[in-house]
Structures are given as structure tokens and as C-alpha cells.
Design a binder for this molecule. Structure first.
Ligand code: ADP
Ligand code: MG
Length: 780
């Protein structure tokens, strides 16, 4: 111990020397000067004092004031100055991987170091962290994973949970776990950081923890609402009675949707609906389809945005423009549209950039750069530019008023992904982004009265997503009864959602009747993918068809590599169909596309291959690296033996792969009824469902399988299935569900329920004879 102490002390002194050297160097001085200009610097001593005197501290302050980059650094610096540097370990969680990476890079640069020295980062499947890393930026998921093997966070001195105002599921979950941990680790410090001022909620959750606010300075931002924008820019609106049928139908649908949401007691929906009535929104409807949809939860009005951007570029003073869009696909569509615009698409006048979570980091850096003189920077961003990323030279913000939000329909057990109105807090936050360097302007593309009706804050994610992975985590962290644990959340989820999640885990065999983790469940909780995907991986390993199964799982957990450009949809769809070879499976099409790409890559023809087949090289590369990670994870878990040949012995057997997909995705099953001219698809919960048009099974005259097993269904007006594979009766009977649950009888009974429900009398015989065969088999 004495030796250890000595080594620690020696290293601490080294760290202190290094820090001093940097701070005294000319570049270090310049950096310090910048850092001292940030609002957080004035509070440095007060923050450090509060942290040393209290176990939990809540810190709030305007975005850009220096919470994320400075506060963890203050702690690190003060520990190093006190010659305790080598003994401290600070973890700062970020809700998004992209911000964990960007922030760690920035902090390392501010300390005159390379990443991986005293500052590092770790996100799922990637990281940069060395032996001497004392400050680690990681995603919330990574810290939760660490808690799995290290319940007491041994050796960690400070945990900083950033962006808690976003109320992501992982963050809310982490807070329950940490609250439980704090009494066991009295010397551990917890700091919660938030951009907006609902600090009281968090403070009272932690028994009245002290709250510190960093007063920030931002320039005033003028808020322009739709009525002002229309007046200013002269954009013409059409009276209600001149809107075409399409427009009427859309508005009607929107009202219906709002009513449906209201039934589910969504505060956002009911207030917006009221606002729309009060606003007499008919006045504000537009002639063209695109701009009408500005009013619609489906997408936003591209033409209106184009019009506003033109107005700013032509008439307003210099300064970057930040446009808040609903999602990645909308950003891409709008970017395409703007690129063909005579003014906005002219690279000598406008620098057009996108900013969203799935962007490469090289592309991401461009956002921070200053454009050349006379060139206007326009950044199309998702709501991630609201708080986690700061673009300094923004003077104009265009806010569409919506964000894509997952919600969860517990009654039908169906996740929904709809762009929905943002909260007042988010709108204020978006507006604030315009006042960083000088007074700014914010164009809200909705009327004032709609803003007035926004909810104050967004509904926490825990209350609007399926809870399967979370429940599995609770069990593997040995946190006791699931429902009891979740009832101690900041805002507990509905009991029905919890019940659905537990039942699902029991159906797939991850939990037993008494909610105890099964062997499968334990294995699943070790894999950083959804339970159903983990189950596929495990079966792929056991049944020696690993390669194609890893491709399927990687594809499902990254994103679809098949591109569907708006204007070339037909070409793209037929390119995809070529990979399906009449086997009625999107998953197998993915396997073929990936295998073909690998082969083309070997001949250095990967890009041509992607171009020709409408595939995203970037996504395929991501799938490739994920596959490698899966292999090591499975090997570590002892699920594959060292012989790589063996685990691919049956990889060419498509029936087997189909069966593994079925085993993983069950109970995501729908029945297929081929009629003369059409195909009817039905699930037990939703009744009739539809396929996304980019599925290889969409638009075919007949599907020669009685069932489609699917990965995901999403409710967007109707329920749509994404990525499906045809399976036969026997595969469903043998691989659907969990044979060990309630014995064979229980399993068959459950499946029988499905068959009965779908009323397929012709199946009864197959079902019974299979049952008999299996029973005989077992008796033998
Ligand atoms: P907060 O977390 O309070 O929103 P940050 O700590 O992220 O604030 O940022 C503080 C300031 O540091 C920003 O206003 C910006 O000026 C600067 N900054 C942050 N990241 C970068 C970066 N990657 N490059 C240059 N400056 C940055
Ligand atoms: Mg921050």
C-alpha cells in the first residue's frame, strides 16, 4: 500500500508539472484566456466549493456558457493542482455519441493534449482512452454497462450527468441507479447539469441538493412568428375554401391524430389541438402541398423554408443560419431541393451543410468552420443542435416547430415515430442559438398562438418508449422487482407499459414466470443490442450460421443501407429487388448486398458497386465494423469456439437463417392472405397492416409464405412493417417463441393461440400433426 501511495503521488506530481507547463506556454495562455471569457469561469470557485461540500449538486446555465467543456475540466484541474490527479476518476455522460466524441476532442485540445491522455471518450463499440485517462466522456449507455460489472463504480470519484433536461430514458434510469448507489459510496460526487431551469425537479429528487446557476450572457433575439414572417416576406396564403382535397384530407387527419393523442392524455396534443381551434388555422393554410404540410405532423413546409432562407440571404446582414428540421430524411430532401435553387444552391454565395447524429465526424467539423467572406453558412440540423452542439456564428434561426419523437402506444404495444410539436423550453432553446455573437433573429414557422399552447417541457422518454431493454437491464443489475424499481423514477412509467415489457421478455425466454433472469436473459443483457437482435446472434452462433446472421443484426441495429432517393425511387427499388432472388426476405437481400459489397471491395470496386446498386457505402462500412465487434463479443461470452470455419458451417443454408430470423423477431409476426389481386396482411394487435414501399415484399403479386416475420412496426397514420421475411408454418411452430417456457405444451398452446386468432383452418392439420410428431419425438 505504501508503494502504491508513493507511485500515485509521483504520478500526481508529474501531472501537475505537465499541466503547469502547458498553462505557461504561449498557446496555453491563449487557450486560458479564451476559457476565462466563458461565463462558467466566474463561477469556478463556487462550483468547486459546492461540489466538495455536497454529494449531489445541480448545475444549470445557458447553452454555450461552458458547462460541458469547462466544469469537468475544473474538477480535473483542481484535483491535479492539489496533487491528487492520479487518484481521481471523473466520468461525464452525454446523451449522444457524437457529442461525447466532439466534447472530449475539444477538452483535450484545451489542455494541450492528444485524445487518450488525461482526457478520453468511450461510446458503444468505439473509444479513445489510455492508462492515464482521468476524465472520461462517455454515453449514458456506457456508464450503465459499466454498472453491470461494477455495481459500486469502484475508483470513480465524480460522476457528471450532462443534459439531464432532455429526460432521455437512459438518463432517467441512470439517476435511479445512482440514487440507490450514493449511500453506499459516501465519498462519490454526483453533478447533474442542465441547460434549462427546471433544476428544482432534480434537486428535490435528490433530497434537496443545492442548485447552482451560471448566469450567461446572450444577445437579445427577436422572435418572429408565422404571421410576422408572412407580412415581412410577402408569402401568399390561400383561404381555406380554396385548398384542394388533398389539403383538406391532411388537415382532417391531423385533427383526428390530435384527438387520438388527447385520449391518451398527452398534454402536448390536447393543448395543440385547442390552439389550432383558437387560431382558426384555416387562415394559415397554404396553396401548395408541401407548404400546407408545414401544418402537418408528417413533414414541414419546404417551400416556406426555402422562401424564408432566400429572404435572409438576400435582405439581411451577414451571419450563419441554423435551420431546425425534424429528422435526417427531411434534412436530405430539403438539401436536395435547395441545391438546385439558383441562389441557395450557388456555392460561391451559400455554404450548405447538414448536422445530424449519423454524420461522419469529418463532415461534422465543417459546421464549426467560418466560411469565406461573402459566403453565407446555412446549417440544416436536427434538434441535436439545440443543446449539445454550439455553432458560434449563428445569427438567424429557422424553427419548424417540430421534432421527431418516439412515442409508445401501450394499449396496442406499438411504438410510433411521429414528428410532433416541440415544447416551449425547446423553442426558447432554439431561439437562443441565434444570439451568441450579436443580436439575432428567430423565424418560428408557426403562429404565436400555437407556441402559446406548447407544453412547457417535453414528456420524458421513459413515458413514451417500450421498456424491454430497460427491464432486462434492471434484472441483470440485480435491482429487484422491475415494477418496484421503476416506480421510484423521477416520473414513473405506466404500469401497462411495464407489464407489456415483462411479458415480451417472458415470451422470448429472457425472463421466467417469476421474472427471474434465464440463462438466455443473462447472455442477452451482455450484448449491446436489443434483446431480439441479441437472441438472433446467440442462435446464429449456436447453429453455426454466424456470418449472415451477424450481417442481419448489424444492418438492423445501424440503419438500412439501401438508399431510396426521392426522385429515383423506382430504380432504387428494382436495384434492391435484384438482391432478393424471389425469396421474399428483406433480411436475406441485405445479406446478399453486403456479401456482394465485400467481394467488390476486395477488387477495389466497392464504390462503383454501391453507386450501381443504390447502397450507402458509409452504412455498409458501419455494418462491417459492427460485425467484427459482434464476433469478439460472442467469443468473449464463450458462445463461439475458436474455429472460425465451424461457426459458418451452415451459413449457406437459407432455411436455417430464415429460422434464426424467425426465432429472434417472434412475436413480430403477421399473417399473409393472398387474394386474387391483392395481399392482406394482419397482425394480432393491429388488424390490417401495410408494408413500407421499399420492402422487397411490397408490391409483389403473391407471397408464397403464410407468415411474414418482421423487425419493426411503426404507426404513421396506418401501421407499417419494416423489413420482413417470409416464413413457413413449420418454421414458425418450431422457432417462434420459447420452447422452454411452460414446456412444449405451453409453447404449442401459445402458438395455437396465434393460429386460432388468424383463423387459418387449413393450418390446423399441419399444426396438429407437427404437435404429434414433436410429442412422439420427445417420448422417444
Ligand atoms: P455548454 O455545455 O454550457 O452548452 P460548452 O462547454 O459545450 O457549453 O461550450 C462552451 C464554449 O466553448 C462554447 O460557447 C464555444 O465557444 C466553445 N466550444 C465548444 N466546443 C468547441 C469546439 N469544438 N470548437 C471551438 N469552440 C468550442
Ligand atoms: Mg453542454
Amino acid at each position: 500500500n505504501v508503494v502504491r501511495e508513493r507511485i500515485l503521488r509521483h504520478r500526481s506530481l508529474q501531472l501537475r508539472e505537465k499541466q503547469q507547463d502547458w498553462q505557461e506556454s504561449p498557446e496555453g495562455q491563449k487557450m486560458l484566456e479564451f476559457r476565462r471569457s466563458l461565463p462558467a469561469y466566474k463561477e469556478r470557485e463556487a462550483l468547486l466549493k459546492a461540489i466538495s461540500e455536497n454529494q449531489v449538486v445541480v448545475v444549470s446555465g445557458e447553452t454555450g456558457c461552458g458547462k460541458t467543456t469547462q466544469l469537468p475540466q475544473y474538477i480535473l484541474e483542481s484535483e491535479i493542482e492539489a496533487a491528487r490527479g492520479a487518484a481521481c476518476s471523473i466520468i461525464c455522460t452525454q446523451p449522444r455519441r457524437i457529442s461525447a466524441m466532439a466534447v472530449s476532442e475539444r477538452v483535450a485540445a484545451e489542455r494541450g493534449e492528444k485524445l487518450g491522455e488525461s482526457v478520453g471518450y468511450k461510446v458503444r463499440l468505439e473509444g479513445m482512452k489510455g492508462r492515464d485517462t482521468r476524465l472520461l466522456f462517455c454515453t449514458t449507455g456506457i456508464l450503465l454497462r459499466r454498472l453491470l460489472v461494477d455495481r459500486n463504480l469502484k475508483g470513480v470519484t465524480h460522476v457528471i450527468v450532462d443534459e439531464i433536461h432532455e429526460r432521455g430514458m437512459n438518463e432517467d434510469f441512470l439517476l435511479i441507479v445512482l440514487k440507490d448507489l450514493l449511500p453506499r459510496r459516501p465519498e462519490l460526487r454526483l453533478i447533474l447539469m442542465s441547460a434549462t431551469l427546471n433544476a428544482e425537479l432534480f434537486s428535490s429528487y435528490f433530497g434537496g441538493a443545492p442548485m447552482l446557476h451560471i448566469p450567461g450572457f446572450t444577445y437579445p433575439v427577436r422572435a418572429l412568428f408565422l404571421e410576422n414572417i408572412l407580412e415581412m416576406t410577402g408569402y401568399r396564403l390561400t383561404p381555406y375554401n380554396q385548398i384542394d382535397d388533398y389539403g383538406q384530407e391532411k388537415m382532417w387527419k391531423m385533427q383526428k391524430q390530435a384527438q387520438a393523442l388527447k385520449k391518451r392524455k398527452s398534454s402536448i396534443a390536447s393543448t395543440v389541438e385547442d390552439a389550432l381551434e383558437a387560431a382558426d388555422f384555416r387562415e394559415y393554410s397554404f396553396r401548395t402541398r408541401e407548404s400546407l404540410s408545414c401544418w402537418n405532423p408528417d413533414s414541414i413546409g419546404f417551400n416556406l423554408i426555402e422562401h424564408v432562407l432566400c429572404h435572409i440571404v438576400k435582405k439581411e446582414r451577414p451571419g450563419a443560419i441554423l435551420v431546425f428540421m425534424t429528422g435526417w430524411d427531411d434534412i436530405n430532401c430539403l438539401k436536395d431541393q435547395l441545391q438546385s435553387h439558383p441562389l441557395l444552391g450557388d456555392p460561391s454565395k451559400v455554404l450548405l451543410l447538414a448536422c445530424h447524429g449519423s454524420m461522419a465526424s469529418s463532415e461534422q467539423r465543417l459546421i464549426f468552420d467560418k466560411p469565406e467572406d461573402g459566403v453565407r453558412k446555412i446549417v440544416l440540423a436536427t434538434n441535436m443542435a439545440e443543446t449539445s452542439i454550439t455553432i458560434n456564428d449563428v445569427v438567424f434561426v429557422v424553427d419548424c416547430g417540430k421534432a421527431k419523437e418516439t412515442s409508445y402506444d401501450a394499449l396496442n404495444n406499438t411504438p410510433c415515430l411521429l414528428p410532433s410539436w416541440i415544447s416551449k423550453a425547446a423553442a426558447r432553446q432554439r431561439r437562443g442559438r441565434a444570439g451568441r455573437v450579436q443580436p439575432g433573429e428567430c423565424y418560428h414557422l408557426y403562429p404565436r398562438c400555437v407556441y402559446d399552447a406548447f407544453a412547457d417541457y417535453q414528456l420524458p422518454e421513459l413515458l413514451r418508449t417500450p421498456l424491454q431493454s430497460l427491464c432486462l437491464q434492471i434484472k441483470s443489475l440485480q435491482l429487484g422487482s422491475i415494477s418496484e424499481f421503476l416506480s421510484s423514477a423521477l416520473q414513473p412509467p405506466e404500469p401497462l407499459s411495464v407489464k407489456n415489457a415483462v411479458e415480451y421478455l417472458q415470451i422470448i425466454g429472457a425472463l421466467d414466470e417469476n421474472e427471474n433472469l434465464t440463462v438466455l436473459g443473462r447472455n442477452l443483457s451482455m450484448l449491446p443490442v436489443e434483446p431480439k437482435l441479441g437472441k438472433m446472434l446467440i442462435l446464429g452462433a449456436i447453429l453455426n450460421c454466424l456470418d449472415p446472421v451477424m450481417t442481419v443484426v448489424a444492418g438492423l441495429s445501424v440503419r438500412d443501407p439501401f438508399l431510396m432517393p426521392f426522385d429515383k425511387k423506382d430504380l432504387a427499388e428494382s436495384a434492391k429487388a435484384q438482391f432478393s432472388a424471389r425469396d421474399y426476405s428483406d433480411h436475406l437481400a441485405l445479406v446478399r448486398a453486403y456479401d456482394g459489397w465485400k467481394e467488390a471491395e476486395r477488387d477495389q470496386a466497392g464504390y462503383e458497386y454501391c453507386w450501381k446498386n443504390f447502397l450507402s457505402a458509409q452504412t455498409l462500412k458501419a455494418i462491417d465494423s459492427l460485425r467484427k465487434q459482434f464476433f469478439f463479443l460472442l467469443k468473449d461470452a464463450g458462445l463461439i469456439d475458436c474455429n472460425k470455419e465451424n461457426c459458418n458451417k451452415w451459413s449457406q443454408d437459407e432455411h436455417l437463417i430464415r429460422a434464426v430470423i424467425c426465432a429472434g423477431l417472434f412475436p413480430g409476426i403477421c399473417s399473409v392472405m393472398n387474394k386474387e389481386k391483392s395481399i392482406t396482411l394482419k397482425t394480432m394487435e393491429d388488424g390490417q397492416v401495410l408494408l413500407y414501399s421499399n420492402s422487397v415484399n411490397a408490391g409483389v403479386p403473391k407471397i408464397p409464405y403464410p407468415w411474414l416475420i418482421f423487425n419493426e412496426k411503426v404507426k404513421v397514420n396506418s401501421v407499417f412493417l419494416r423489413d420482413s421475411t417470409g416464413v413457413s408454418d413449420s418454421v414458425l411452430l418450431l422457432f417462434g417463441g420459447n420452447i422452454s417456457r411452460g414446456g412444449l405444451d405451453g409453447h404449442l398452446k401459445m402458438l395455437g393461440g396465434y393460429l386460432e386468432f388468424f383463423m387459418k383452418p387449413e393450418l390446423a392439420d399441419t399444426y396438429l400433426s407437427l404437435k404429434r410428431e414433436i410429442e412422439e419425438l420427445i417420448q422417444r
